[in-house]
Write a protein that binds this ligand. Sequence first.
Ligand SMILES: [Mg+2]
Length: 362
Amino acid sequence: MTNAPEPVNAPPADFATRVQGTLMGGALGDTLGYLVEFDSLSEITAKFGPAGLLDLSQAEGPVHFSDDTQMTLYTLDGLLEVLEWANNGVGSDINACQWLAYLRWLKTQGVPAAVHAPEQPPRWIDRQSVLHHQRHPGNACLTGLSTGEMGTTFRPVNPDSKGCGTVMRSAPYGLLPNVPAETVYKISSDAASLTHGHPSARQSAGAFSWLIHALAIRGLSLREAAESARDRAAEESDADSQLMARLDAALTLSLHDDEPRSGTELTEALGLGWVAEEALAIGIYAVLATAAETASPVEHFLAATRLAVNHDGDSDSTGSIAGNILGAFYGEAALPPAWLKLAEAPSVIHHLGSEFIKLAAG
Ligand SMILES: [Mg+2]
């Protein structure tokens, strides 16, 4: 009889709902925020009333998710390819699979890559026309990929870029079971270097995926997971001082604020969210500051995403990050049923989530 070691971070019993919750929670937060991505707070209140944008039903006409959800789904598809190879007994280069997936995303945006860039045959995700709309993709993602050069940590493309495009797409790395948390951090930060070279972009993505993994796979509480992500980021020899300052502020303020700070008070403390560390800090603050023992998962989700999007900054990315976090924590119980009825293409998101659950936990 052998004493085989227990698998590291085996998928929890509620793995499936946490995966679907992370993906759909992010999509709903992104969709709410995308209604006001480029609006100042005063423009938001002028449009939606003094309390701001509170609900998807306030939109005129159909609502849409943005590039944040599109890229998150392509992150998931890159991991799906890795898992498909692994389940066939073949090892693959994880970061190369992510690069190929993001190159296929680039094609959906109608942006050509350099002629020497590799091209994969289309996969299921590439045939979903709902993902081919241009929803204000980030410039560094477009330019970094269109070089046809595979950026790495030591030779990144866009060396000075730290836009939030790395963080907002990186929740799926945290959904990987059966790997140490350190592996999740490395996969996520390596993939950030495919488009953004600044240390904060890489470390913010790694810390965010670590946080999602701590919730969805390791079962930590929201505050424990956020503190653990901050501590992991601090271990880097070149830990970005701005990232550490923003994470410390989000953790401290959310603990001591009697009432959650919102709007201008929020962005004065944590930034506008256009860059990686600010988007991550706002997402973390929004979920921690609105946690109330009496709130149901849906009430918490509504409070956090409303807080995360009503400000002068990058509302869809901050909404997406807050939604990912609460979906990872509560699973699908966090998703407001009325919002699910209005959401764009939930079946596409659910299908990709189901494929991941099957391959990752099988
Ligand atoms: Mg966006």
